[in-house]
Design a protein around this ligand. Structure first.
Ligand code: ADP
Length: 581
Protein backbone atom coordinates (compact mmCIF):
# COMPACT_ATOMS: atom_id res chain seq x y z
CA UNK A 1 0.00 0.00 0.00
CA UNK A 2 2.78 2.38 0.97
CA UNK A 3 4.77 1.54 -2.17
CA UNK A 4 1.72 2.06 -4.32
CA UNK A 5 1.04 5.38 -2.64
CA UNK A 6 4.60 6.61 -3.14
CA UNK A 7 4.69 5.48 -6.79
CA UNK A 8 1.37 7.25 -7.39
CA UNK A 9 2.57 10.47 -5.71
CA UNK A 10 5.84 10.43 -7.62
CA UNK A 11 4.09 9.77 -10.91
CA UNK A 12 1.68 12.63 -10.41
CA UNK A 13 4.53 14.86 -9.26
CA UNK A 14 6.70 13.89 -12.26
CA UNK A 15 3.88 14.43 -14.73
CA UNK A 16 2.96 17.75 -13.19
CA UNK A 17 6.59 18.91 -13.27
CA UNK A 18 7.04 17.76 -16.87
CA UNK A 19 3.95 19.66 -17.87
CA UNK A 20 5.01 22.82 -16.06
CA UNK A 21 8.52 22.73 -17.53
CA UNK A 22 7.19 22.19 -21.03
CA UNK A 23 4.76 25.10 -20.65
CA UNK A 24 7.49 27.30 -19.18
CA UNK A 25 9.96 26.42 -21.97
CA UNK A 26 7.43 27.05 -24.72
CA UNK A 27 6.35 30.34 -23.18
CA UNK A 28 9.91 31.55 -22.73
CA UNK A 29 10.71 30.65 -26.43
CA UNK A 30 7.63 32.54 -27.56
CA UNK A 31 8.55 35.51 -25.38
CA UNK A 32 12.19 35.58 -26.63
CA UNK A 33 10.99 35.47 -30.22
CA UNK A 34 8.40 38.20 -29.71
CA UNK A 35 10.99 40.45 -28.04
CA UNK A 36 13.74 39.69 -30.55
CA UNK A 37 11.66 40.26 -33.63
CA UNK A 38 11.00 43.84 -32.60
CA UNK A 39 9.85 46.43 -35.09
CA UNK A 40 13.46 47.46 -35.30
CA UNK A 41 14.68 44.05 -36.38
CA UNK A 42 11.70 43.56 -38.65
CA UNK A 43 12.44 46.96 -40.28
CA UNK A 44 16.08 46.02 -40.78
CA UNK A 45 15.07 42.65 -42.22
CA UNK A 46 12.58 44.24 -44.58
CA UNK A 47 15.06 46.75 -45.94
CA UNK A 48 17.75 44.06 -46.21
CA UNK A 49 15.45 41.81 -48.18
CA UNK A 50 14.71 44.55 -50.61
CA UNK A 51 18.39 45.39 -51.35
CA UNK A 52 20.33 43.90 -54.28
CA UNK A 53 22.31 41.49 -52.24
CA UNK A 54 19.38 40.70 -50.14
CA UNK A 55 20.41 37.20 -48.91
CA UNK A 56 23.83 38.35 -47.76
CA UNK A 57 22.37 41.36 -46.05
CA UNK A 58 19.76 39.31 -44.35
CA UNK A 59 22.50 36.96 -43.10
CA UNK A 60 24.36 39.96 -41.81
CA UNK A 61 21.37 41.38 -39.95
CA UNK A 62 20.58 38.01 -38.39
CA UNK A 63 24.24 37.49 -37.55
CA UNK A 64 24.02 40.54 -35.36
CA UNK A 65 21.05 39.05 -33.51
CA UNK A 66 22.46 35.55 -32.94
CA UNK A 67 23.02 36.22 -29.28
CA UNK A 68 19.54 37.67 -28.66
CA UNK A 69 17.85 34.88 -30.52
CA UNK A 70 19.84 32.31 -28.59
CA UNK A 71 21.12 30.65 -31.75
CA UNK A 72 23.19 27.56 -30.96
CA UNK A 73 23.72 24.05 -32.28
CA UNK A 74 20.21 23.23 -30.95
CA UNK A 75 18.50 26.39 -32.12
CA UNK A 76 19.11 27.54 -35.71
CA UNK A 77 17.83 30.19 -37.99
CA UNK A 78 17.04 29.75 -41.68
CA UNK A 79 16.25 32.10 -44.50
CA UNK A 80 13.48 30.59 -46.62
CA UNK A 81 12.01 31.49 -49.94
CA UNK A 82 8.81 33.39 -49.19
CA UNK A 83 6.86 31.57 -51.90
CA UNK A 84 8.19 28.01 -51.98
CA UNK A 85 9.46 27.73 -48.42
CA UNK A 86 12.78 26.37 -49.72
CA UNK A 87 15.85 26.80 -47.53
CA UNK A 88 18.09 29.50 -49.02
CA UNK A 89 20.55 29.88 -46.15
CA UNK A 90 20.82 28.92 -42.45
CA UNK A 91 23.00 28.81 -39.39
CA UNK A 92 23.63 25.07 -39.99
CA UNK A 93 23.88 22.86 -43.05
CA UNK A 94 20.28 21.70 -43.25
CA UNK A 95 18.86 22.26 -46.72
CA UNK A 96 15.43 20.67 -46.49
CA UNK A 97 12.93 21.48 -43.77
CA UNK A 98 9.52 20.09 -42.97
CA UNK A 99 6.85 22.65 -43.93
CA UNK A 100 5.49 23.26 -40.44
CA UNK A 101 2.29 25.05 -39.64
CA UNK A 102 4.22 28.19 -38.69
CA UNK A 103 6.11 28.23 -42.06
CA UNK A 104 2.77 27.99 -43.86
CA UNK A 105 1.43 30.88 -41.74
CA UNK A 106 4.47 33.02 -42.63
CA UNK A 107 4.04 32.12 -46.31
CA UNK A 108 0.53 33.50 -45.97
CA UNK A 109 1.98 36.73 -44.59
CA UNK A 110 1.19 36.16 -40.91
CA UNK A 111 3.51 35.57 -38.00
CA UNK A 112 3.92 31.82 -37.40
CA UNK A 113 4.28 31.65 -33.61
CA UNK A 114 2.11 28.68 -32.73
CA UNK A 115 3.51 26.36 -30.18
CA UNK A 116 2.46 22.77 -30.42
CA UNK A 117 3.79 20.64 -27.56
CA UNK A 118 3.30 17.41 -29.51
CA UNK A 119 6.00 18.26 -32.08
CA UNK A 120 9.62 17.29 -31.25
CA UNK A 121 10.68 20.92 -31.90
CA UNK A 122 9.46 24.50 -31.47
CA UNK A 123 9.65 26.99 -34.25
CA UNK A 124 8.94 30.55 -35.20
CA UNK A 125 8.49 31.94 -38.71
CA UNK A 126 8.12 35.52 -39.85
CA UNK A 127 7.92 37.01 -43.31
CA UNK A 128 10.38 39.84 -44.06
CA UNK A 129 7.95 41.39 -46.52
CA UNK A 130 10.51 41.17 -49.37
CA UNK A 131 9.89 37.57 -50.43
CA UNK A 132 11.78 35.90 -47.59
CA UNK A 133 10.86 34.10 -44.45
CA UNK A 134 13.02 34.05 -41.36
CA UNK A 135 12.56 30.71 -39.63
CA UNK A 136 13.84 29.78 -36.15
CA UNK A 137 13.82 26.10 -35.19
CA UNK A 138 14.63 24.85 -31.71
CA UNK A 139 15.16 21.11 -31.10
CA UNK A 140 13.99 21.45 -27.43
CA UNK A 141 17.32 19.90 -26.43
CA UNK A 142 17.63 22.11 -23.38
CA UNK A 143 14.14 21.23 -22.22
CA UNK A 144 14.70 17.53 -22.77
CA UNK A 145 17.93 17.77 -20.79
CA UNK A 146 16.15 19.43 -17.87
CA UNK A 147 13.46 16.80 -18.02
CA UNK A 148 15.94 13.97 -18.07
CA UNK A 149 17.53 15.43 -14.94
CA UNK A 150 14.14 15.72 -13.31
CA UNK A 151 13.25 12.12 -14.20
CA UNK A 152 16.48 11.04 -12.65
CA UNK A 153 15.77 12.96 -9.47
CA UNK A 154 12.19 11.67 -9.32
CA UNK A 155 13.39 8.09 -9.97
CA UNK A 156 15.94 8.34 -7.18
CA UNK A 157 13.38 9.86 -4.84
CA UNK A 158 11.03 7.05 -5.78
CA UNK A 159 13.57 4.38 -4.95
CA UNK A 160 14.45 5.98 -1.63
CA UNK A 161 10.73 6.46 -0.89
CA UNK A 162 9.98 2.81 -1.70
CA UNK A 163 12.81 1.67 0.48
CA UNK A 164 11.67 3.82 3.40
CA UNK A 165 8.05 2.76 2.94
CA UNK A 166 8.98 -0.94 2.81
CA UNK A 167 10.97 -0.67 6.02
CA UNK A 168 8.34 1.48 7.72
CA UNK A 169 5.51 -0.73 6.44
CA UNK A 170 7.23 -3.84 7.73
CA UNK A 171 7.51 -2.43 11.25
CA UNK A 172 4.05 -0.88 11.19
CA UNK A 173 2.37 -4.05 9.94
CA UNK A 174 4.14 -6.05 12.61
CA UNK A 175 2.71 -3.82 15.31
CA UNK A 176 -0.80 -4.25 13.86
CA UNK A 177 -0.80 -7.85 12.67
CA UNK A 178 0.95 -9.35 15.66
CA UNK A 179 -1.81 -8.43 18.14
CA UNK A 180 -4.45 -9.46 15.60
CA UNK A 181 -2.90 -12.86 14.93
CA UNK A 182 -2.53 -13.23 18.68
CA UNK A 183 -6.26 -12.45 19.05
CA UNK A 184 -7.13 -14.95 16.31
CA UNK A 185 -5.20 -17.70 18.09
CA UNK A 186 -6.94 -16.94 21.40
CA UNK A 187 -10.33 -16.88 19.70
CA UNK A 188 -9.60 -20.30 18.22
CA UNK A 189 -8.73 -21.66 21.63
CA UNK A 190 -12.00 -20.22 23.05
CA UNK A 191 -13.85 -21.90 20.19
CA UNK A 192 -12.25 -25.17 21.26
CA UNK A 193 -13.82 -24.66 24.69
CA UNK A 194 -10.91 -23.19 26.67
CA UNK A 195 -12.69 -20.32 28.34
CA UNK A 196 -9.77 -19.47 30.65
CA UNK A 197 -7.95 -17.89 27.72
CA UNK A 198 -7.16 -14.22 28.34
CA UNK A 199 -5.35 -11.63 26.25
CA UNK A 200 -2.82 -9.21 27.76
CA UNK A 201 -3.83 -5.68 26.94
CA UNK A 202 -0.73 -3.68 25.98
CA UNK A 203 -2.17 -0.58 24.39
CA UNK A 204 -5.23 1.59 24.75
CA UNK A 205 -5.78 1.87 21.01
CA UNK A 206 -8.49 0.13 18.97
CA UNK A 207 -6.72 -3.21 19.22
CA UNK A 208 -6.44 -2.77 22.98
CA UNK A 209 -10.19 -2.12 23.12
CA UNK A 210 -10.85 -5.16 20.95
CA UNK A 211 -8.73 -7.29 23.27
CA UNK A 212 -10.55 -6.09 26.39
CA UNK A 213 -13.94 -6.69 24.71
CA UNK A 214 -12.73 -10.15 23.79
CA UNK A 215 -11.75 -10.85 27.40
CA UNK A 216 -15.17 -9.63 28.58
CA UNK A 217 -16.93 -11.77 25.97
CA UNK A 218 -14.94 -14.84 27.03
CA UNK A 219 -15.86 -14.35 30.67
CA UNK A 220 -19.53 -13.91 29.73
CA UNK A 221 -19.47 -17.07 27.63
CA UNK A 222 -17.81 -18.89 30.50
CA UNK A 223 -20.53 -17.83 32.94
CA UNK A 224 -23.31 -18.73 30.52
CA UNK A 225 -21.76 -22.11 29.78
CA UNK A 226 -21.45 -22.83 33.48
CA UNK A 227 -25.09 -21.90 34.02
CA UNK A 228 -26.19 -24.11 31.13
CA UNK A 229 -24.05 -26.97 32.40
CA UNK A 230 -25.47 -26.68 35.90
CA UNK A 231 -29.05 -26.54 34.53
CA UNK A 232 -28.29 -29.57 32.39
CA UNK A 233 -26.84 -31.33 35.39
CA UNK A 234 -29.89 -30.57 37.48
CA UNK A 235 -32.22 -31.82 34.77
CA UNK A 236 -30.15 -34.92 34.21
CA UNK A 237 -30.12 -35.71 37.91
CA UNK A 238 -33.88 -35.19 38.02
CA UNK A 239 -34.43 -37.44 35.01
CA UNK A 240 -32.08 -40.06 36.42
CA UNK A 241 -33.85 -40.38 39.76
CA UNK A 242 -37.38 -39.86 38.48
CA UNK A 243 -39.69 -42.82 38.93
CA UNK A 244 -41.55 -41.89 35.76
CA UNK A 245 -39.93 -42.84 32.50
CA UNK A 246 -38.95 -40.10 30.04
CA UNK A 247 -37.90 -40.65 26.44
CA UNK A 248 -37.27 -37.92 23.89
CA UNK A 249 -37.20 -38.71 20.18
CA UNK A 250 -35.93 -36.53 17.37
CA UNK A 251 -37.79 -36.00 14.11
CA UNK A 252 -35.94 -38.98 12.61
CA UNK A 253 -37.54 -41.17 15.30
CA UNK A 254 -34.22 -41.74 17.09
CA UNK A 255 -33.84 -41.58 20.87
CA UNK A 256 -32.11 -38.38 21.97
CA UNK A 257 -32.68 -38.87 25.65
CA UNK A 258 -33.85 -41.72 27.84
CA UNK A 259 -33.75 -42.03 31.62
CA UNK A 260 -33.03 -45.23 33.55
CA UNK A 261 -36.69 -45.56 34.63
CA UNK A 262 -37.86 -45.65 31.00
CA UNK A 263 -35.15 -48.15 30.09
CA UNK A 264 -36.17 -50.38 32.95
CA UNK A 265 -39.92 -50.12 32.25
CA UNK A 266 -39.61 -50.89 28.55
CA UNK A 267 -36.68 -53.28 28.85
CA UNK A 268 -34.48 -51.21 26.53
CA UNK A 269 -30.82 -52.10 26.64
CA UNK A 270 -29.50 -50.26 23.63
CA UNK A 271 -31.54 -47.15 22.87
CA UNK A 272 -29.66 -46.66 19.59
CA UNK A 273 -31.56 -49.55 18.04
CA UNK A 274 -34.93 -48.03 19.00
CA UNK A 275 -37.02 -46.34 16.29
CA UNK A 276 -40.25 -44.61 17.36
CA UNK A 277 -42.80 -46.16 14.95
CA UNK A 278 -41.49 -49.73 14.89
CA UNK A 279 -40.82 -49.76 18.63
CA UNK A 280 -44.35 -48.77 19.65
CA UNK A 281 -45.90 -50.92 16.95
CA UNK A 282 -44.10 -53.92 18.39
CA UNK A 283 -45.57 -52.99 21.80
CA UNK A 284 -49.01 -52.87 20.16
CA UNK A 285 -49.43 -49.15 20.82
CA UNK A 286 -51.43 -47.28 18.23
CA UNK A 287 -49.20 -44.23 17.65
CA UNK A 288 -46.82 -42.96 14.96
CA UNK A 289 -44.45 -40.04 14.59
CA UNK A 290 -46.46 -38.74 11.62
CA UNK A 291 -49.59 -38.71 13.80
CA UNK A 292 -47.69 -36.80 16.49
CA UNK A 293 -46.29 -34.22 14.12
CA UNK A 294 -49.23 -33.56 11.85
CA UNK A 295 -52.25 -34.07 14.07
CA UNK A 296 -50.82 -33.78 17.50
CA UNK A 297 -49.82 -30.15 17.72
CA UNK A 298 -50.49 -29.00 21.27
CA UNK A 299 -52.25 -32.32 21.95
CA UNK A 300 -51.23 -35.08 24.29
CA UNK A 301 -51.96 -38.67 23.38
CA UNK A 302 -52.61 -41.08 26.20
CA UNK A 303 -52.03 -44.78 25.63
CA UNK A 304 -51.84 -47.90 27.76
CA UNK A 305 -48.94 -50.27 27.32
CA UNK A 306 -49.12 -53.84 28.64
CA UNK A 307 -45.63 -55.23 28.80
CA UNK A 308 -45.06 -58.58 30.49
CA UNK A 309 -46.87 -58.47 33.79
CA UNK A 310 -46.64 -54.69 33.96
CA UNK A 311 -49.11 -52.01 33.01
CA UNK A 312 -47.83 -48.63 31.86
CA UNK A 313 -49.60 -45.40 31.08
CA UNK A 314 -47.83 -43.46 28.32
CA UNK A 315 -48.33 -39.78 27.48
CA UNK A 316 -47.10 -38.70 24.05
CA UNK A 317 -46.50 -35.04 23.20
CA UNK A 318 -44.79 -33.30 20.31
CA UNK A 319 -41.48 -31.52 20.98
CA UNK A 320 -41.46 -27.95 19.76
CA UNK A 321 -38.56 -25.65 18.93
CA UNK A 322 -38.53 -21.92 19.72
CA UNK A 323 -40.11 -21.14 16.37
CA UNK A 324 -42.97 -23.47 17.26
CA UNK A 325 -41.76 -26.00 14.75
CA UNK A 326 -42.17 -29.62 15.73
CA UNK A 327 -38.95 -31.50 15.83
CA UNK A 328 -39.61 -34.67 17.71
CA UNK A 329 -41.68 -36.27 20.42
CA UNK A 330 -41.52 -36.81 24.13
CA UNK A 331 -42.96 -39.82 25.93
CA UNK A 332 -43.67 -39.93 29.67
CA UNK A 333 -44.27 -43.35 31.15
CA UNK A 334 -46.03 -44.14 34.41
CA UNK A 335 -46.03 -47.54 35.97
CA UNK A 336 -49.65 -48.24 36.94
CA UNK A 337 -49.20 -51.95 37.70
CA UNK A 338 -49.80 -51.47 41.40
CA UNK A 339 -52.92 -49.31 40.86
CA UNK A 340 -54.15 -51.81 38.34
CA UNK A 341 -53.66 -54.70 40.78
CA UNK A 342 -55.39 -52.81 43.56
CA UNK A 343 -58.27 -51.91 41.27
CA UNK A 344 -58.57 -55.52 40.21
CA UNK A 345 -58.56 -56.88 43.76
CA UNK A 346 -61.04 -54.17 44.75
CA UNK A 347 -63.35 -55.19 41.94
CA UNK A 348 -62.88 -58.85 42.81
CA UNK A 349 -63.72 -58.12 46.43
CA UNK A 350 -66.83 -56.18 45.45
CA UNK A 351 -67.89 -59.03 43.17
CA UNK A 352 -67.34 -61.61 45.88
CA UNK A 353 -69.19 -59.58 48.51
CA UNK A 354 -72.08 -58.95 46.12
CA UNK A 355 -72.26 -62.61 45.29
CA UNK A 356 -72.24 -63.58 48.95
CA UNK A 357 -74.97 -61.03 49.74
CA UNK A 358 -77.42 -62.41 47.18
CA UNK A 359 -78.61 -65.41 49.19
CA UNK A 360 -79.01 -63.65 52.58
CA UNK A 361 -80.92 -60.84 50.83
CA UNK A 362 -83.31 -63.31 49.18
CA UNK A 363 -83.82 -65.02 52.53
CA UNK A 364 -84.46 -61.71 54.34
CA UNK A 365 -86.91 -60.69 51.64
CA UNK A 366 -88.88 -63.97 51.68
CA UNK A 367 -89.04 -64.05 55.48
CA UNK A 368 -90.07 -60.39 55.62
CA UNK A 369 -92.81 -61.03 53.08
CA UNK A 370 -94.00 -64.07 55.01
CA UNK A 371 -94.05 -61.98 58.20
CA UNK A 372 -95.90 -59.23 56.33
CA UNK A 373 -98.58 -61.72 55.33
CA UNK A 374 -99.25 -62.70 58.95
CA UNK A 375 -98.67 -59.31 60.60
CA UNK A 376 -101.73 -57.61 61.99
CA UNK A 377 -100.25 -54.73 63.88
CA UNK A 378 -100.04 -51.57 61.68
CA UNK A 379 -96.72 -50.55 63.27
CA UNK A 380 -95.15 -53.94 62.51
CA UNK A 381 -96.47 -53.73 58.96
CA UNK A 382 -94.83 -50.32 58.50
CA UNK A 383 -91.50 -51.64 59.80
CA UNK A 384 -91.70 -54.69 57.56
CA UNK A 385 -92.51 -52.44 54.60
CA UNK A 386 -89.34 -50.39 55.23
CA UNK A 387 -87.31 -53.62 55.54
CA UNK A 388 -88.68 -54.93 52.23
CA UNK A 389 -87.98 -51.61 50.44
CA UNK A 390 -84.41 -51.45 51.74
CA UNK A 391 -83.84 -55.11 50.86
CA UNK A 392 -85.08 -54.34 47.33
CA UNK A 393 -82.65 -51.45 47.07
CA UNK A 394 -79.79 -53.61 48.29
CA UNK A 395 -80.79 -56.33 45.85
CA UNK A 396 -80.70 -53.77 43.04
CA UNK A 397 -77.23 -52.60 44.11
CA UNK A 398 -75.99 -56.18 44.31
CA UNK A 399 -77.46 -56.90 40.89
CA UNK A 400 -75.85 -53.80 39.39
CA UNK A 401 -72.51 -54.63 41.01
CA UNK A 402 -72.63 -58.15 39.64
CA UNK A 403 -73.45 -56.82 36.17
CA UNK A 404 -70.48 -54.42 36.35
CA UNK A 405 -68.18 -57.11 37.61
CA UNK A 406 -69.14 -59.48 34.82
CA UNK A 407 -68.61 -56.58 32.36
CA UNK A 408 -65.16 -55.97 33.87
CA UNK A 409 -64.23 -59.60 33.60
CA UNK A 410 -65.78 -59.86 30.16
CA UNK A 411 -68.02 -62.60 31.46
CA UNK A 412 -71.37 -61.02 30.68
CA UNK A 413 -73.65 -63.34 28.77
CA UNK A 414 -75.03 -61.49 25.77
CA UNK A 415 -77.59 -62.44 23.23
CA UNK A 416 -77.11 -60.57 19.97
CA UNK A 417 -80.05 -60.51 17.55
CA UNK A 418 -81.28 -58.29 14.75
CA UNK A 419 -84.27 -56.29 15.91
CA UNK A 420 -86.16 -53.08 15.30
CA UNK A 421 -84.86 -50.24 17.45
CA UNK A 422 -88.04 -48.31 16.68
CA UNK A 423 -90.21 -51.06 18.15
CA UNK A 424 -88.00 -51.36 21.21
CA UNK A 425 -88.20 -47.62 21.88
CA UNK A 426 -92.00 -47.69 21.48
CA UNK A 427 -92.21 -50.54 24.03
CA UNK A 428 -89.98 -48.77 26.52
CA UNK A 429 -91.76 -45.41 26.25
CA UNK A 430 -95.11 -47.14 26.67
CA UNK A 431 -93.86 -48.93 29.79
CA UNK A 432 -92.27 -45.80 31.21
CA UNK A 433 -95.29 -43.59 30.46
CA UNK A 434 -97.10 -44.86 33.60
CA UNK A 435 -94.18 -43.84 35.80
CA UNK A 436 -93.90 -40.52 33.95
CA UNK A 437 -97.61 -39.86 34.30
CA UNK A 438 -97.38 -40.46 38.06
CA UNK A 439 -95.01 -37.49 38.18
CA UNK A 440 -97.09 -35.42 35.77
CA UNK A 441 -94.39 -35.55 33.03
CA UNK A 442 -95.16 -35.50 29.32
CA UNK A 443 -93.17 -38.32 27.72
CA UNK A 444 -93.08 -38.31 23.92
CA UNK A 445 -91.25 -40.37 21.34
CA UNK A 446 -90.15 -38.83 18.00
CA UNK A 447 -88.76 -41.37 15.56
CA UNK A 448 -87.16 -39.84 12.46
CA UNK A 449 -87.67 -41.48 9.04
CA UNK A 450 -87.51 -45.27 9.07
CA UNK A 451 -84.82 -46.52 11.43
CA UNK A 452 -83.02 -49.61 10.11
CA UNK A 453 -82.83 -52.69 12.27
CA UNK A 454 -79.82 -53.06 14.50
CA UNK A 455 -77.77 -56.04 15.54
CA UNK A 456 -77.44 -55.89 19.32
CA UNK A 457 -78.47 -57.44 22.63
CA UNK A 458 -82.09 -56.28 22.88
CA UNK A 459 -82.37 -56.73 26.65
CA UNK A 460 -79.18 -54.80 27.34
CA UNK A 461 -80.20 -51.91 25.11
CA UNK A 462 -83.58 -51.90 26.86
CA UNK A 463 -81.78 -51.87 30.22
CA UNK A 464 -79.69 -48.85 29.19
CA UNK A 465 -82.57 -46.84 27.68
CA UNK A 466 -84.83 -47.63 30.63
CA UNK A 467 -82.14 -46.48 33.03
CA UNK A 468 -81.58 -43.20 31.18
CA UNK A 469 -85.33 -42.62 30.93
CA UNK A 470 -85.89 -43.36 34.61
CA UNK A 471 -83.09 -40.88 35.42
CA UNK A 472 -84.96 -38.28 33.33
CA UNK A 473 -88.14 -39.06 35.26
CA UNK A 474 -86.29 -39.01 38.61
CA UNK A 475 -84.32 -35.83 38.10
CA UNK A 476 -87.06 -33.71 36.54
CA UNK A 477 -89.44 -31.85 38.85
CA UNK A 478 -93.05 -33.02 38.44
CA UNK A 479 -94.77 -31.79 35.30
CA UNK A 480 -91.64 -31.89 33.14
CA UNK A 481 -91.19 -32.65 29.47
CA UNK A 482 -89.26 -35.75 28.45
CA UNK A 483 -88.56 -36.44 24.79
CA UNK A 484 -87.04 -39.44 23.06
CA UNK A 485 -85.62 -39.03 19.54
CA UNK A 486 -84.23 -41.77 17.33
CA UNK A 487 -82.78 -41.99 13.87
CA UNK A 488 -79.65 -42.89 11.99
CA UNK A 489 -76.73 -41.12 10.36
CA UNK A 490 -74.36 -42.94 7.99
CA UNK A 491 -73.91 -46.34 9.63
CA UNK A 492 -74.90 -45.36 13.15
CA UNK A 493 -78.26 -45.37 14.89
CA UNK A 494 -78.78 -42.72 17.54
CA UNK A 495 -81.09 -42.38 20.52
CA UNK A 496 -81.46 -39.01 22.19
CA UNK A 497 -83.23 -38.65 25.55
CA UNK A 498 -83.95 -35.10 26.56
CA UNK A 499 -85.52 -33.65 29.71
CA UNK A 500 -86.06 -30.19 31.14
CA UNK A 501 -85.15 -31.23 34.67
CA UNK A 502 -82.66 -30.11 37.30
CA UNK A 503 -79.63 -30.58 35.03
CA UNK A 504 -76.06 -31.31 36.07
CA UNK A 505 -73.32 -28.85 37.04
CA UNK A 506 -70.50 -28.56 34.49
CA UNK A 507 -67.97 -29.55 37.16
CA UNK A 508 -69.79 -32.85 37.77
CA UNK A 509 -70.12 -33.80 34.10
CA UNK A 510 -66.66 -35.37 33.63
CA UNK A 511 -67.27 -37.81 36.52
CA UNK A 512 -70.90 -38.63 35.77
CA UNK A 513 -70.09 -42.08 34.33
CA UNK A 514 -67.98 -43.06 37.37
CA UNK A 515 -69.25 -45.82 39.63
CA UNK A 516 -71.26 -44.61 42.62
CA UNK A 517 -70.95 -41.01 41.44
CA UNK A 518 -74.09 -39.15 42.39
CA UNK A 519 -74.47 -35.43 42.19
CA UNK A 520 -77.11 -35.27 44.89
CA UNK A 521 -76.76 -38.39 47.05
CA UNK A 522 -79.86 -37.76 49.17
CA UNK A 523 -82.11 -37.23 46.16
CA UNK A 524 -80.70 -40.23 44.33
CA UNK A 525 -81.19 -42.48 47.38
CA UNK A 526 -84.66 -41.15 47.99
CA UNK A 527 -85.55 -42.00 44.36
CA UNK A 528 -84.06 -45.49 44.69
CA UNK A 529 -80.87 -44.74 42.75
CA UNK A 530 -77.67 -46.72 43.19
CA UNK A 531 -75.17 -44.43 41.41
CA UNK A 532 -74.29 -47.32 39.14
CA UNK A 533 -76.83 -46.84 36.34
CA UNK A 534 -74.72 -44.59 34.05
CA UNK A 535 -71.55 -46.63 34.70
CA UNK A 536 -73.36 -49.78 33.56
CA UNK A 537 -74.93 -47.95 30.61
CA UNK A 538 -71.52 -46.77 29.42
CA UNK A 539 -70.00 -50.24 29.74
CA UNK A 540 -72.90 -51.88 27.92
CA UNK A 541 -72.90 -49.35 25.05
CA UNK A 542 -69.15 -49.69 24.66
CA UNK A 543 -69.58 -53.46 24.58
CA UNK A 544 -71.75 -52.87 21.51
CA UNK A 545 -69.05 -50.71 19.91
CA UNK A 546 -71.12 -47.57 20.48
CA UNK A 547 -70.72 -44.36 22.47
CA UNK A 548 -72.74 -42.55 25.10
CA UNK A 549 -72.37 -38.90 25.97
CA UNK A 550 -74.19 -36.54 28.27
CA UNK A 551 -74.76 -32.86 27.86
CA UNK A 552 -76.47 -30.83 30.53
CA UNK A 553 -77.15 -27.32 31.70
CA UNK A 554 -77.69 -26.82 35.41
CA UNK A 555 -81.33 -25.94 36.06
CA UNK A 556 -82.26 -26.25 32.38
CA UNK A 557 -82.19 -29.93 31.52
CA UNK A 558 -80.16 -32.88 30.36
CA UNK A 559 -79.58 -34.57 27.03
CA UNK A 560 -78.14 -38.07 26.71
CA UNK A 561 -76.95 -39.22 23.28
CA UNK A 562 -76.39 -42.90 22.52
CA UNK A 563 -74.83 -43.96 19.23
CA UNK A 564 -74.85 -47.59 18.11
CA UNK A 565 -73.28 -49.14 15.02
CA UNK A 566 -75.94 -50.51 12.65
CA UNK A 567 -74.22 -53.62 11.49
CA UNK A 568 -70.49 -53.49 11.70
CA UNK A 569 -68.42 -56.64 11.41
CA UNK A 570 -67.78 -56.58 15.12
CA UNK A 571 -71.47 -56.57 15.81
CA UNK A 572 -72.30 -59.17 13.18
CA UNK A 573 -70.09 -61.83 14.70
CA UNK A 574 -71.04 -62.30 18.34
CA UNK A 575 -68.48 -60.56 20.54
CA UNK A 576 -65.73 -62.46 22.34
CA UNK A 577 -67.46 -61.94 25.66
CA UNK A 578 -70.30 -64.23 24.68
CA UNK A 579 -68.14 -67.27 24.04
CA UNK A 580 -66.34 -66.71 27.32
CA UNK A 581 -69.61 -66.49 29.19
P1 ADP B 1 -78.47 -43.01 40.11
O1 ADP B 1 -78.78 -44.42 40.44
O2 ADP B 1 -78.05 -42.21 41.30
O3 ADP B 1 -79.48 -42.36 39.27
P2 ADP B 1 -76.84 -42.92 37.76
O4 ADP B 1 -75.52 -43.52 37.49
O5 ADP B 1 -77.96 -43.34 36.89
O6 ADP B 1 -77.14 -43.14 39.27
O7 ADP B 1 -76.67 -41.36 37.68
C1 ADP B 1 -75.61 -40.75 38.34
C2 ADP B 1 -75.97 -39.33 38.78
O8 ADP B 1 -76.14 -38.51 37.64
C3 ADP B 1 -77.29 -39.24 39.48
O9 ADP B 1 -77.12 -39.45 40.86
C4 ADP B 1 -77.76 -37.83 39.19
O10 ADP B 1 -77.21 -36.94 40.15
C5 ADP B 1 -77.15 -37.53 37.85
N1 ADP B 1 -78.12 -37.65 36.74
C6 ADP B 1 -78.32 -38.71 35.93
N2 ADP B 1 -79.26 -38.44 34.99
C7 ADP B 1 -79.70 -37.18 35.26
C8 ADP B 1 -80.70 -36.31 34.65
N3 ADP B 1 -81.44 -36.71 33.61
N4 ADP B 1 -80.86 -35.06 35.19
C9 ADP B 1 -80.12 -34.67 36.23
N5 ADP B 1 -79.17 -35.42 36.83
C10 ADP B 1 -78.97 -36.67 36.36
Amino acid sequence: MFVLLIVAVMLVFGMFLQNRISVFYHNSFKQTMALSFSTELLGQLESASKSDKSLDELKQVLGAYVGRLGISSDRNYYILDGKTGKVLAGSDNVTVLEKSENILSAMAGKVGDRVSPRLPYIDYAVSTGGGYIIYIKDKKAEMLEIMRTIYLIVGQALLIGIFISVVLGFFLSRTITRPISNLTKKAESVARGRFDTRIDIKAKDEIGKLASTFNYMTSMIKTSMEEIASEKNKLETMFRYMTDGVIAFDINQRVIHINPAAKEMLGIENEKSVKFDSFFKQLDVDISMAQMIYIGQKTTFERRIDIGDRYLKAYFAALETDEEKLNGAIVILQDITEEQRLEMSRREFVANVSHELRTPLTTIKSYSETLMDVAEDEKNKKFLDVIIREVDRMTRIVKDLLTLSSLDNQKLVTNFTTFSLDELLRDITTKMSIDAKNHGHTLSYFPSTAIPEIYADRDRIEQVVTNILSNAVKYTPDGGIIEVYAGYLYNEAYIKIKDNGIGINTKDLPRIFDRFYRVDKARSRERGGTGLGLAIAKNLIELHGGTISIDSKYGKGTEVLIKLPLGTKKAESPPETESKG
